[in-house]
Design a binder for this molecule. Structure first.
Ligand SMILES: Cc1cc2nc3c(=O)[nH]c(=O)nc-3n(C[C@H](O)[C@H](O)[C@H](O)COP(=O)(O)O)c2cc1C
Length: 417
């Protein structure tokens, strides 16, 4: 196992974290394939250990493809040559062990300290954080034996993601569904973030996401094309760097790795942000907040009737960024400009007195608002960094690293915050 919390862990990229996924023989293993795909996509070095029963459900080939890495199983363990023992080596390499699905049998083995297959031996040999995602028929799950094993494992420090209620594979209804892959991924991110020990570890970060909706009447609104992806990516990158994150969003963020507050209008966003930043260190305003709103939204519905034209009276919305300003709060804003207008973004950074301004060109095809990718320039007080077209999580990682650099420099110069 790697050493945690030392300087070597600071600012580790995802690829430097090794996630070991133990898959057991339960129907929910089909969701584990998705979990492994998500982990690998996030850049975590991911290795899967399958039990004998797991291999009857999903062939190692599938997990090897999803993880881009060879799968470990009991055959590998017994045929190991060259003087190493796979259960000890795997435990040494891993930073976190996730067991999903955790079957009743494997939970019983872990609780009893049995080491009669590769996965249970790795569990005993591993000294890092363990995440368990149980899944089984509701009666098996609720059985006192299973519940006692789960309690015991939680008392020993394992993070247990409780099974949820719903339709089970056996056709019955009840508790026993494995936590969704996104929820397990979020738990892995939070766990590794806490180990990172970098400048954001333990800091409170508030991120806004999505486009605000300003009501015109009871059914229509004035909105924009923001998907909320950039904000979510920054929130999750901050979690991965150990921050305690609040995401204030206009769109639901299923399975997000952090606490999510849903809002609709600029005024609601301003109120939520002002509340959240009271004890925060960093605010990242990735939301596309409407600059104007209908002066007097109609309670009912504007009827088409005999109208040929309709004039809406608009008034300015609240400036969320300005409202949230307070001494010591590190603020990041976004400037979406029509054209390569870096000059305007630089001027905005100075005018708004923010620590970082993230510029993107809304006229460039395939990037920015509503897209999967972005291409940004991060403008700071004394440096600029360009990130070539890349998925938004890659851009988010660059933004979070820029924040960390500044926070570390502030701490070094005693500027606080
Ligand atoms: C079709 C089938 C489905 C099963 N589904 C589950 C399940 O969802 N959860 C569970 O705890 N056990 C389930 N079992 C039982 C386990 O596969 C069995 O206990 C096995 O020994 C578990 O071994 P492992 O924990 O080493 O993977 C299932 C068995 C079969 C045949």
């Amino acid at each position: 196992m790697s050493e945690h919390g030392d300087d070597g862990d600071r600012g580790r990229t995802a690829a430097a974290w090794h996630v070991l996924v133990g898959a057991c023989g339960g129907i929910a293993i089909y969701k584990t394939v998705e979990l492994v795909r998500l982990l690998a996509r996030r850049g975590y070095a991911t290795t899967v250990v399958e039990t004998e029963a797991a291999r009857r459900f999903v062939l190692p080939l599938t997990f090897a493809a999803a993880s881009q890495s060879a799968v470990l199983d009991d055959d590998v363990a017994w045929s190991a040559s060259g003087g190493w023992f796979e259960h000890i080596e795997a435990a040494r390499r891993a930073d976190v062990l996730v067991i999903a699905p955790a079957t009743a049998t494997t939970l019983a083995k872990l609780a009893a300290g049995l080491a009669d297959n590769l996965l249970s031996a790795i569990y005993l040999a591993f000294r890092g954080p363990v995440i368990l995602a149980p899944s089984m028929n509701w009666a098996m799950y609720e059985h006192p034996a299973t519940q006692q094993n789960l309690r015991l494992l939680a008392e020993r420090g394992c993070t247990v993601l409780p099974a949820t209620r719903g339709q089970l594979a056996c056709g019955e209804e009840g508790s026993g569904r494995m936590a969704e892959p996104e929820v397990i991924l979020a738990t892995v991110q939070r766990t590794l973030g806490a180990l990172s020990g970098g400048p954001l570890a333990g800091r409170k970060v508030v991120v806004t996401a999505g486009g605000t909706r300003e009501p015109i009447d009871a059914v229509r609104f004035l909105g924009n094309r923001s998907s909320g992806r950039m904000g979510r990516a920054v929130a999750e990158a901050s979690v991965a760097h150990g921050a305690d994150v609040t995401l204030i969003s206009t769109t639901p963020m299923t399975g997000a790795a952090c606490e999510v507050t849903l809002v609709e209008t600029a005024a609601e966003m301003a109120a939520a942000v002002t509340r959240a930043v009271a004890d925060a260190d960093v605010l990242v305003m990735a939301a596309a907040v409407s600059d104007f709103r209908p002066a007097e939204p109609l309670e009912g519905k504007i009827e088409r009737a005999d109208k040929d034209t309709l004039t809406l009276d608009l008034v300015r919305t609240v400036d969320v960024l300005a409202e949230a300003a307070r001494p010591g709060l590190y603020r990041v804003a976004f400037a979406a400009e029509a054209g390569p207008r870096l000059d305007r973004a630089r001027a905005k950074r100075r005018a708004k007195d923010v620590d970082l301004m993230v510029f993107n060109d809304i006229l460039a095809a395939g990037i920015g608002i509503g897209s999967e990718d972005n291409e940004i320039t991060i403008i700071g007080h004394d440096r600029e960094e360009q990130v070539a077209r890349a998925p938004k999580d890659v851009c988010a990682e660059a933004i979070v690293r820029a924040i960390e650099r500044d926070l570390a420099a502030r701490a070094g110069t005693g500027r606080g915050g």
